[in-house]
Design a protein around this ligand. Structure first.
Ligand code: TYD
Ligand code: MG
Length: 453
Protein backbone atom coordinates (compact mmCIF):
# COMPACT_ATOMS: atom_id res chain seq x y z
CA UNK A 1 0.00 0.00 0.00
CA UNK A 2 1.26 3.46 -0.77
CA UNK A 3 -0.24 6.86 -0.01
CA UNK A 4 0.26 10.34 -1.40
CA UNK A 5 1.76 13.09 0.72
CA UNK A 6 2.46 16.74 0.00
CA UNK A 7 6.01 17.95 0.65
CA UNK A 8 7.65 21.30 -0.04
CA UNK A 9 10.89 21.41 -1.98
CA UNK A 10 13.30 24.31 -2.41
CA UNK A 11 13.76 24.93 -6.12
CA UNK A 12 17.32 26.17 -5.54
CA UNK A 13 18.97 23.51 -3.42
CA UNK A 14 16.45 20.66 -3.32
CA UNK A 15 15.91 20.79 0.45
CA UNK A 16 12.63 19.10 1.41
CA UNK A 17 10.37 19.82 4.35
CA UNK A 18 6.80 19.15 5.43
CA UNK A 19 5.71 22.80 5.73
CA UNK A 20 6.03 25.90 3.55
CA UNK A 21 8.32 28.63 4.85
CA UNK A 22 9.33 31.95 3.36
CA UNK A 23 13.03 31.21 3.21
CA UNK A 24 14.97 27.98 2.90
CA UNK A 25 16.85 26.90 6.03
CA UNK A 26 19.59 25.32 3.93
CA UNK A 27 20.42 27.79 1.14
CA UNK A 28 18.68 30.88 2.62
CA UNK A 29 16.95 31.77 -0.65
CA UNK A 30 13.54 33.44 -0.41
CA UNK A 31 10.20 32.26 -1.77
CA UNK A 32 11.74 29.19 -3.35
CA UNK A 33 9.49 26.43 -1.98
CA UNK A 34 7.34 24.53 -4.45
CA UNK A 35 4.74 21.89 -3.73
CA UNK A 36 5.75 18.32 -4.46
CA UNK A 37 3.64 15.15 -4.36
CA UNK A 38 5.42 12.08 -3.00
CA UNK A 39 4.26 8.50 -2.92
CA UNK A 40 4.97 6.97 0.43
CA UNK A 41 5.63 3.24 0.60
CA UNK A 42 4.26 1.43 3.60
CA UNK A 43 7.33 0.83 5.70
CA UNK A 44 6.18 -2.44 7.23
CA UNK A 45 5.53 -4.38 4.05
CA UNK A 46 8.46 -6.73 3.76
CA UNK A 47 9.74 -7.44 0.25
CA UNK A 48 9.01 -11.01 -0.78
CA UNK A 49 11.54 -11.42 -3.55
CA UNK A 50 15.16 -10.47 -3.24
CA UNK A 51 17.26 -10.96 -6.32
CA UNK A 52 20.69 -10.61 -4.68
CA UNK A 53 22.08 -12.69 -1.87
CA UNK A 54 25.38 -12.16 -0.06
CA UNK A 55 28.47 -13.49 -1.83
CA UNK A 56 31.81 -14.25 -0.24
CA UNK A 57 34.33 -11.64 -1.40
CA UNK A 58 36.83 -14.18 -2.70
CA UNK A 59 34.13 -15.90 -4.76
CA UNK A 60 33.37 -12.76 -6.77
CA UNK A 61 34.56 -13.28 -10.33
CA UNK A 62 35.80 -10.06 -11.89
CA UNK A 63 35.15 -9.55 -15.57
CA UNK A 64 37.06 -6.78 -17.34
CA UNK A 65 34.67 -4.06 -18.51
CA UNK A 66 34.20 -4.06 -22.26
CA UNK A 67 35.20 -0.69 -23.70
CA UNK A 68 34.25 1.19 -26.81
CA UNK A 69 37.23 3.09 -28.09
CA UNK A 70 37.29 5.81 -30.71
CA UNK A 71 39.93 7.76 -32.58
CA UNK A 72 39.67 10.47 -29.91
CA UNK A 73 42.59 9.09 -27.96
CA UNK A 74 42.71 11.63 -25.13
CA UNK A 75 38.96 11.29 -24.55
CA UNK A 76 39.26 7.49 -24.37
CA UNK A 77 42.24 7.67 -22.07
CA UNK A 78 40.36 9.99 -19.69
CA UNK A 79 37.51 7.50 -19.45
CA UNK A 80 39.95 4.71 -18.63
CA UNK A 81 40.45 3.27 -22.11
CA UNK A 82 37.12 4.03 -23.76
CA UNK A 83 33.55 4.32 -22.52
CA UNK A 84 31.88 1.30 -20.88
CA UNK A 85 28.66 0.34 -22.71
CA UNK A 86 25.64 1.37 -20.65
CA UNK A 87 27.57 3.96 -18.64
CA UNK A 88 25.89 7.24 -17.70
CA UNK A 89 28.28 10.18 -18.04
CA UNK A 90 27.65 13.79 -17.06
CA UNK A 91 29.62 16.56 -18.74
CA UNK A 92 29.33 19.87 -16.95
CA UNK A 93 30.66 23.26 -17.94
CA UNK A 94 29.88 26.93 -18.34
CA UNK A 95 27.78 28.01 -21.32
CA UNK A 96 29.94 28.54 -24.40
CA UNK A 97 32.88 26.46 -23.26
CA UNK A 98 32.30 23.93 -26.06
CA UNK A 99 30.24 21.08 -24.61
CA UNK A 100 27.99 20.72 -27.66
CA UNK A 101 31.03 20.86 -29.93
CA UNK A 102 32.87 18.16 -27.97
CA UNK A 103 29.89 15.82 -27.85
CA UNK A 104 29.15 16.31 -31.53
CA UNK A 105 32.71 15.17 -32.24
CA UNK A 106 32.32 12.30 -29.77
CA UNK A 107 29.05 11.32 -31.52
CA UNK A 108 30.81 11.13 -34.81
CA UNK A 109 33.60 9.04 -33.31
CA UNK A 110 31.04 6.51 -32.02
CA UNK A 111 29.13 6.58 -35.31
CA UNK A 112 32.38 5.80 -37.10
CA UNK A 113 33.03 2.96 -34.64
CA UNK A 114 29.77 1.43 -35.99
CA UNK A 115 27.33 2.51 -33.26
CA UNK A 116 23.96 4.11 -33.81
CA UNK A 117 24.00 7.52 -32.13
CA UNK A 118 21.00 9.69 -31.22
CA UNK A 119 21.86 13.33 -30.48
CA UNK A 120 18.96 14.88 -28.56
CA UNK A 121 19.24 18.63 -28.72
CA UNK A 122 16.66 20.54 -26.72
CA UNK A 123 18.52 23.82 -26.95
CA UNK A 124 19.18 24.05 -30.66
CA UNK A 125 17.02 23.12 -33.62
CA UNK A 126 17.98 20.30 -35.95
CA UNK A 127 19.10 22.94 -38.49
CA UNK A 128 21.40 24.64 -36.01
CA UNK A 129 22.89 21.30 -35.00
CA UNK A 130 23.37 20.45 -38.66
CA UNK A 131 25.15 23.78 -39.20
CA UNK A 132 27.54 23.00 -36.36
CA UNK A 133 28.14 19.51 -37.76
CA UNK A 134 28.92 21.05 -41.17
CA UNK A 135 31.38 23.44 -39.62
CA UNK A 136 33.05 20.49 -37.93
CA UNK A 137 33.00 18.50 -41.17
CA UNK A 138 30.82 15.80 -39.64
CA UNK A 139 28.44 13.63 -41.61
CA UNK A 140 27.64 9.99 -40.93
CA UNK A 141 24.77 7.60 -41.64
CA UNK A 142 24.75 6.32 -38.06
CA UNK A 143 24.16 9.78 -36.61
CA UNK A 144 20.55 10.83 -35.82
CA UNK A 145 19.34 14.20 -34.54
CA UNK A 146 16.26 14.92 -32.45
CA UNK A 147 14.97 18.31 -31.34
CA UNK A 148 12.69 17.62 -28.37
CA UNK A 149 12.33 18.71 -24.75
CA UNK A 150 9.53 16.51 -23.41
CA UNK A 151 10.86 13.37 -21.75
CA UNK A 152 7.90 11.15 -22.68
CA UNK A 153 8.39 12.05 -26.37
CA UNK A 154 12.12 11.41 -26.09
CA UNK A 155 11.47 8.02 -24.48
CA UNK A 156 9.13 7.16 -27.34
CA UNK A 157 11.76 8.08 -29.94
CA UNK A 158 14.46 6.13 -28.12
CA UNK A 159 12.21 3.04 -28.27
CA UNK A 160 11.60 3.64 -31.99
CA UNK A 161 15.13 4.52 -33.02
CA UNK A 162 16.95 1.94 -30.80
CA UNK A 163 20.25 3.84 -30.56
CA UNK A 164 23.34 2.46 -28.82
CA UNK A 165 24.58 5.88 -27.74
CA UNK A 166 22.49 8.88 -26.69
CA UNK A 167 23.62 12.43 -26.08
CA UNK A 168 21.32 14.75 -24.11
CA UNK A 169 22.01 18.44 -24.78
CA UNK A 170 21.18 19.64 -22.13
CA UNK A 171 19.54 18.08 -19.07
CA UNK A 172 18.37 21.50 -17.83
CA UNK A 173 16.16 22.18 -20.84
CA UNK A 174 14.23 18.88 -20.73
CA UNK A 175 11.14 18.31 -18.59
CA UNK A 176 8.97 15.50 -17.32
CA UNK A 177 5.25 16.27 -17.41
CA UNK A 178 4.63 14.45 -14.12
CA UNK A 179 6.97 16.78 -12.22
CA UNK A 180 5.28 20.09 -11.48
CA UNK A 181 8.32 22.35 -11.21
CA UNK A 182 9.86 24.17 -14.17
CA UNK A 183 12.66 22.77 -16.40
CA UNK A 184 16.08 23.13 -14.82
CA UNK A 185 14.77 22.92 -11.24
CA UNK A 186 16.33 20.47 -8.82
CA UNK A 187 13.40 18.03 -8.91
CA UNK A 188 13.17 18.05 -12.72
CA UNK A 189 16.89 17.54 -13.21
CA UNK A 190 17.07 14.82 -10.59
CA UNK A 191 14.02 12.93 -11.91
CA UNK A 192 15.32 13.12 -15.48
CA UNK A 193 18.73 11.84 -14.45
CA UNK A 194 17.06 8.88 -12.73
CA UNK A 195 15.08 8.16 -15.91
CA UNK A 196 18.20 8.30 -18.07
CA UNK A 197 19.93 6.00 -15.62
CA UNK A 198 17.15 3.45 -16.07
CA UNK A 199 17.50 3.81 -19.84
CA UNK A 200 21.29 3.44 -19.67
CA UNK A 201 21.25 0.43 -17.35
CA UNK A 202 18.01 -1.15 -18.55
CA UNK A 203 18.71 -1.06 -22.29
CA UNK A 204 22.49 -0.89 -22.07
CA UNK A 205 22.55 2.42 -23.95
CA UNK A 206 25.67 4.50 -23.38
CA UNK A 207 24.37 7.90 -22.29
CA UNK A 208 25.99 11.33 -22.08
CA UNK A 209 24.21 14.15 -20.26
CA UNK A 210 25.28 17.76 -20.77
CA UNK A 211 24.76 20.05 -17.77
CA UNK A 212 25.36 23.78 -17.49
CA UNK A 213 27.12 25.20 -14.48
CA UNK A 214 27.61 28.87 -13.77
CA UNK A 215 30.87 30.31 -12.51
CA UNK A 216 29.81 29.90 -8.88
CA UNK A 217 28.41 26.43 -9.60
CA UNK A 218 25.30 27.27 -7.58
CA UNK A 219 22.38 26.97 -9.98
CA UNK A 220 20.45 23.72 -9.77
CA UNK A 221 22.17 21.29 -12.01
CA UNK A 222 25.15 19.05 -12.19
CA UNK A 223 25.95 19.16 -8.47
CA UNK A 224 22.74 17.35 -7.53
CA UNK A 225 23.36 14.66 -10.16
CA UNK A 226 26.87 13.67 -9.23
CA UNK A 227 25.83 10.73 -7.06
CA UNK A 228 23.41 9.35 -9.66
CA UNK A 229 25.74 9.13 -12.67
CA UNK A 230 28.73 6.79 -13.20
CA UNK A 231 31.13 9.42 -14.46
CA UNK A 232 31.40 13.17 -14.03
CA UNK A 233 33.55 15.17 -16.42
CA UNK A 234 34.11 18.90 -15.99
CA UNK A 235 34.83 20.94 -19.09
CA UNK A 236 36.62 24.17 -18.29
CA UNK A 237 38.92 26.74 -19.81
CA UNK A 238 39.32 30.31 -20.79
CA UNK A 239 36.78 31.23 -23.43
CA UNK A 240 39.11 33.78 -24.99
CA UNK A 241 42.08 31.44 -25.08
CA UNK A 242 41.69 28.29 -27.10
CA UNK A 243 42.76 25.87 -24.41
CA UNK A 244 40.08 23.62 -22.88
CA UNK A 245 40.50 21.11 -20.08
CA UNK A 246 38.30 18.08 -19.62
CA UNK A 247 38.69 16.88 -16.06
CA UNK A 248 37.48 13.58 -14.66
CA UNK A 249 35.90 14.28 -11.26
CA UNK A 250 34.33 10.89 -10.65
CA UNK A 251 34.61 7.65 -12.56
CA UNK A 252 33.21 4.29 -11.51
CA UNK A 253 35.12 2.59 -14.33
CA UNK A 254 38.44 4.40 -14.45
CA UNK A 255 40.85 6.92 -12.98
CA UNK A 256 39.80 10.24 -11.46
CA UNK A 257 41.52 13.59 -11.22
CA UNK A 258 43.00 13.06 -14.63
CA UNK A 259 42.71 15.63 -17.41
CA UNK A 260 42.64 15.75 -21.18
CA UNK A 261 43.58 18.93 -23.00
CA UNK A 262 41.89 20.29 -26.12
CA UNK A 263 42.45 23.29 -28.31
CA UNK A 264 39.36 25.04 -29.72
CA UNK A 265 40.03 25.75 -33.37
CA UNK A 266 38.11 26.92 -36.43
CA UNK A 267 36.99 23.37 -37.09
CA UNK A 268 36.27 22.18 -33.60
CA UNK A 269 38.29 20.78 -30.75
CA UNK A 270 41.66 19.25 -31.36
CA UNK A 271 43.38 17.03 -28.84
CA UNK A 272 46.61 18.34 -27.32
CA UNK A 273 49.07 15.48 -27.02
CA UNK A 274 51.81 17.36 -25.19
CA UNK A 275 50.12 19.62 -22.61
CA UNK A 276 53.32 21.06 -21.10
CA UNK A 277 54.52 22.25 -24.48
CA UNK A 278 51.13 23.84 -25.25
CA UNK A 279 50.95 25.55 -21.86
CA UNK A 280 54.45 26.98 -22.11
CA UNK A 281 54.25 27.95 -25.78
CA UNK A 282 53.27 31.55 -25.08
CA UNK A 283 55.71 32.06 -22.27
CA UNK A 284 57.96 35.08 -22.47
CA UNK A 285 61.42 34.73 -20.98
CA UNK A 286 63.11 37.43 -18.92
CA UNK A 287 59.91 38.81 -17.42
CA UNK A 288 59.70 39.16 -13.65
CA UNK A 289 56.91 37.34 -11.85
CA UNK A 290 56.94 34.21 -14.00
CA UNK A 291 57.75 30.80 -12.50
CA UNK A 292 57.47 27.32 -14.01
CA UNK A 293 56.13 24.56 -11.75
CA UNK A 294 55.82 20.85 -12.54
CA UNK A 295 52.29 20.13 -11.34
CA UNK A 296 50.60 16.77 -11.07
CA UNK A 297 47.29 16.26 -12.85
CA UNK A 298 46.03 12.76 -12.15
CA UNK A 299 48.76 10.40 -13.24
CA UNK A 300 50.57 12.90 -15.44
CA UNK A 301 52.79 15.75 -14.56
CA UNK A 302 52.53 18.90 -16.64
CA UNK A 303 54.53 22.06 -16.53
CA UNK A 304 52.53 25.17 -15.79
CA UNK A 305 53.47 28.81 -15.66
CA UNK A 306 52.50 30.88 -12.62
CA UNK A 307 52.44 34.61 -13.18
CA UNK A 308 52.39 37.27 -10.50
CA UNK A 309 52.10 41.03 -10.71
CA UNK A 310 52.77 43.17 -7.65
CA UNK A 311 52.19 46.91 -7.89
CA UNK A 312 51.83 49.72 -5.31
CA UNK A 313 48.20 50.17 -4.38
CA UNK A 314 46.40 53.41 -5.07
CA UNK A 315 43.66 52.92 -2.49
CA UNK A 316 43.36 52.31 1.23
CA UNK A 317 42.81 48.57 0.79
CA UNK A 318 45.15 46.58 -1.45
CA UNK A 319 43.64 44.32 -4.11
CA UNK A 320 44.34 40.59 -4.14
CA UNK A 321 43.11 38.73 -7.22
CA UNK A 322 43.82 35.22 -8.37
CA UNK A 323 42.89 33.13 -11.39
CA UNK A 324 43.36 29.39 -11.35
CA UNK A 325 44.38 29.20 -7.68
CA UNK A 326 42.37 29.36 -4.48
CA UNK A 327 42.21 32.99 -3.19
CA UNK A 328 42.41 31.76 0.42
CA UNK A 329 45.63 29.96 -0.38
CA UNK A 330 46.99 33.16 -1.90
CA UNK A 331 46.10 35.14 1.24
CA UNK A 332 47.89 32.54 3.36
CA UNK A 333 51.03 32.61 1.23
CA UNK A 334 51.10 36.43 1.32
CA UNK A 335 50.92 36.27 5.12
CA UNK A 336 53.86 33.83 5.13
CA UNK A 337 55.85 36.23 2.94
CA UNK A 338 55.13 39.14 5.29
CA UNK A 339 55.80 37.32 8.53
CA UNK A 340 58.58 34.87 7.66
CA UNK A 341 60.48 36.70 4.95
CA UNK A 342 59.78 40.26 6.00
CA UNK A 343 58.33 41.60 2.75
CA UNK A 344 55.97 44.54 3.02
CA UNK A 345 52.88 43.69 0.99
CA UNK A 346 50.12 45.56 2.81
CA UNK A 347 50.48 48.52 0.45
CA UNK A 348 50.82 46.42 -2.71
CA UNK A 349 48.17 45.05 -5.09
CA UNK A 350 48.85 41.40 -5.87
CA UNK A 351 47.55 39.52 -8.91
CA UNK A 352 48.39 35.86 -9.45
CA UNK A 353 47.30 33.69 -12.38
CA UNK A 354 48.02 30.30 -13.82
CA UNK A 355 48.66 30.82 -17.53
CA UNK A 356 46.38 29.06 -20.01
CA UNK A 357 43.24 29.26 -17.85
CA UNK A 358 44.04 26.00 -16.05
CA UNK A 359 42.96 25.54 -12.42
CA UNK A 360 45.40 24.00 -9.93
CA UNK A 361 44.41 22.83 -6.46
CA UNK A 362 47.43 20.88 -5.28
CA UNK A 363 49.62 22.61 -2.64
CA UNK A 364 52.85 21.58 -4.41
CA UNK A 365 52.67 24.86 -6.34
CA UNK A 366 52.87 26.98 -3.13
CA UNK A 367 56.57 27.68 -3.39
CA UNK A 368 56.14 28.57 -7.07
CA UNK A 369 53.49 31.16 -6.15
CA UNK A 370 55.74 32.61 -3.43
CA UNK A 371 58.72 32.89 -5.78
CA UNK A 372 56.55 34.47 -8.50
CA UNK A 373 55.32 37.13 -6.05
CA UNK A 374 58.87 37.74 -4.76
CA UNK A 375 60.11 37.99 -8.34
CA UNK A 376 57.55 40.62 -9.29
CA UNK A 377 57.94 42.58 -6.05
CA UNK A 378 61.73 42.81 -6.33
CA UNK A 379 61.61 43.07 -10.12
CA UNK A 380 64.09 40.25 -10.69
CA UNK A 381 63.70 37.52 -13.28
CA UNK A 382 64.28 33.84 -12.69
CA UNK A 383 66.71 31.83 -14.70
CA UNK A 384 64.40 30.57 -17.52
CA UNK A 385 65.66 26.99 -17.13
CA UNK A 386 64.68 26.66 -13.46
CA UNK A 387 61.57 25.00 -12.05
CA UNK A 388 60.27 25.44 -8.49
CA UNK A 389 58.46 22.87 -6.40
CA UNK A 390 57.28 22.60 -2.79
CA UNK A 391 54.38 22.94 -0.39
CA UNK A 392 54.67 25.81 2.09
CA UNK A 393 53.60 25.56 5.73
CA UNK A 394 52.50 28.38 8.03
CA UNK A 395 55.95 28.52 9.62
CA UNK A 396 57.52 29.24 6.25
CA UNK A 397 58.88 25.70 6.00
CA UNK A 398 59.06 24.02 2.60
CA UNK A 399 57.39 20.61 2.71
CA UNK A 400 57.78 17.54 0.62
CA UNK A 401 55.53 16.86 -2.37
CA UNK A 402 54.31 13.61 -3.88
CA UNK A 403 55.74 11.83 -6.94
CA UNK A 404 58.70 14.17 -7.29
CA UNK A 405 60.61 11.93 -9.72
CA UNK A 406 57.90 12.02 -12.38
CA UNK A 407 57.62 15.80 -12.05
CA UNK A 408 61.37 16.27 -12.49
CA UNK A 409 61.36 13.88 -15.44
CA UNK A 410 58.79 16.08 -17.22
CA UNK A 411 60.89 19.20 -16.50
CA UNK A 412 63.99 17.44 -17.81
CA UNK A 413 62.28 16.29 -21.00
CA UNK A 414 61.29 19.90 -21.75
CA UNK A 415 64.85 21.12 -21.37
CA UNK A 416 64.92 22.48 -17.83
CA UNK A 417 68.30 22.30 -16.10
CA UNK A 418 67.73 23.28 -12.46
CA UNK A 419 65.08 22.64 -9.83
CA UNK A 420 64.42 24.17 -6.42
CA UNK A 421 62.94 21.33 -4.34
CA UNK A 422 62.19 20.60 -0.67
CA UNK A 423 65.38 19.41 1.06
CA UNK A 424 63.60 16.35 2.44
CA UNK A 425 62.89 15.21 -1.09
CA UNK A 426 66.58 14.89 -1.97
CA UNK A 427 66.83 11.57 -0.10
CA UNK A 428 64.15 10.04 -2.34
CA UNK A 429 65.66 11.03 -5.66
CA UNK A 430 68.03 8.42 -7.05
CA UNK A 431 69.27 9.69 -10.37
CA UNK A 432 69.79 13.36 -10.95
CA UNK A 433 69.19 14.44 -14.49
CA UNK A 434 68.82 18.07 -13.54
CA UNK A 435 70.68 20.07 -10.89
CA UNK A 436 68.77 20.01 -7.61
CA UNK A 437 68.84 22.67 -4.92
CA UNK A 438 67.24 21.53 -1.67
CA UNK A 439 65.67 24.18 0.58
CA UNK A 440 64.17 23.98 4.07
CA UNK A 441 62.62 27.42 4.38
CA UNK A 442 60.94 29.92 2.08
CA UNK A 443 63.69 32.56 2.53
CA UNK A 444 66.35 30.01 1.56
CA UNK A 445 64.43 29.34 -1.64
CA UNK A 446 64.22 33.07 -2.42
CA UNK A 447 67.94 33.45 -1.81
CA UNK A 448 68.64 30.48 -4.01
CA UNK A 449 66.83 31.95 -7.02
CA UNK A 450 67.89 35.57 -6.66
CA UNK A 451 69.36 38.14 -4.33
CA UNK A 452 66.85 39.19 -1.67
CA UNK A 453 66.14 42.92 -1.53
P1 TYD B 1 29.40 25.32 -27.97
O1 TYD B 1 29.82 23.92 -28.24
O2 TYD B 1 28.09 25.74 -28.53
O3 TYD B 1 29.41 25.57 -26.39
P2 TYD B 1 28.40 25.02 -25.25
O4 TYD B 1 27.60 23.89 -25.81
O5 TYD B 1 29.30 24.59 -24.11
O6 TYD B 1 27.54 26.16 -24.81
O7 TYD B 1 30.55 26.25 -28.56
C1 TYD B 1 31.15 27.29 -27.87
C2 TYD B 1 32.00 28.20 -28.70
O8 TYD B 1 32.94 27.53 -29.49
C3 TYD B 1 31.23 29.11 -29.62
O9 TYD B 1 31.36 30.42 -29.12
C4 TYD B 1 31.90 29.02 -30.95
C5 TYD B 1 33.16 28.23 -30.70
N1 TYD B 1 33.48 27.27 -31.80
C6 TYD B 1 34.73 27.33 -32.41
O10 TYD B 1 35.58 28.15 -32.10
N2 TYD B 1 35.02 26.40 -33.39
C7 TYD B 1 34.12 25.47 -33.78
O11 TYD B 1 34.42 24.65 -34.68
C8 TYD B 1 32.82 25.42 -33.14
C9 TYD B 1 31.78 24.43 -33.54
C10 TYD B 1 32.56 26.35 -32.14
MG1 MG C 1 25.52 23.84 -26.23
Amino acid sequence: MSKKRVMWECSHCGHEQAKWTGSCVQCKSWNSFMEKLVLEQDKFVAKKHRSNSPVRLKDVQLQPFPRISTHLREFDRLLGGGVVPGALTLIGGEPGVGKSTLLMQVSEAYARAGLKVLYISGEESVDQTKLRAERLGIDHDNLFLLNETSFSEIKHHIDQCTPQVIIVDSIQILYKEEVLSSPGSVSQVRELAQEFMHIAKGYGITTFLIGHVTKSGEIAGPRVLEHIVDTVLDFEGDREQGLRILRSMKNRFGPTDDIALFQMQEKGLKEVENPSEALLSQRSHHVSGSVIVPSLEGIRSILIEIQALVTPTAYANPTRKSAGIDPNRLALLLAVLEKRVGYRLYNQDVFVAVAGGIRIIEPAIDLGIIIAIASSLTNQCLDPKTVVLGEVGLGGEVRNVSRIASRLQEAFSLGFARAIVPKKALAHIKEEKIALIGVNMVDEAIEAVFQKK
